[in-house]
Design a binder for this molecule. Sequence first.
Ligand SMILES: [Zn+2]
Length: 291
Amino acid sequence: MRTFTDVVREAEKGKTAIAHFNVATLEQMNAVARIAKKMNLPVVVGVSEGEHEFMGFSRIIALRDAYRRERIEMYVNADHTRSFEKVDEAARAGCDSVIFDAAHLPLEENIAKTKIAVDIVRKRSGWFRKIIVEGELGYIGTSSKLLDAIPEGAAVDSDNLTSPEDAGRFVRETGVDMLAPAVGNIHGMLKNVPNPRLDTGRIAEIRKAAGVPIVLHGGSGISDADFTAAIAAGISLIHISTELRLAWKRGLEESLGENPGETAPYKLLAKSVLYLEDVTERRMKLFSGIQ
Ligand SMILES: [Zn+2]
């Protein structure tokens, strides 16, 4: 099977993006896997610190391997890891990529800490760099839910988006394999208005200066047109979390409302699975350029 690095490089070459979906339950993983199989596309499932504590790395990796035996090209990403212990745990567990997130810190400190995280992963990964390390530059908030307002301190104005100069320096000095910048994206979805527009010109400049693949976080709530322009500008991996959480919750709420006497989880969760599959399929189609 291809490594995660190969898959991202091929996506870049083909001017497409790989979809990354955050999951914390079996039905979420199953829904994502089923669509990846149906579309015959590689897919990434991401688990934040909270999500992997809920499921357990060893079980997530065991499930990934089970899907792979069914010829589903699934990769697991340790999403937004914030301590060196967790970085090491993710690398030892067999994750395909690890994100170290020190984006809330000033640039110098972010570089110093990310460099240590890269060293930890390289030690576990071996010379062939099977595990990818991603660094974060520019604060975009931390929650994956419906928001009343843009997260405090998030970089969304053109003056405080990630600069190409900082991106180049960050990659050179830390040695990360992929970079997630702030280009107008935020974690979470605004309740009453669309999310901010992406600065696709900035994406292209950052990709050139960074020299490594660029990742778009906070994909929920971004318009299809912005996604397509962002991919053309150089984004090759896109994270979706809030939309999937909302689909899961809506399906469960409707099922509980329609079947108050039902107690079988597999019956109550059937609607959530349908909605999860719908979001997954629409996003994978868009990101891979399938009409
Ligand atoms: Zn993220």
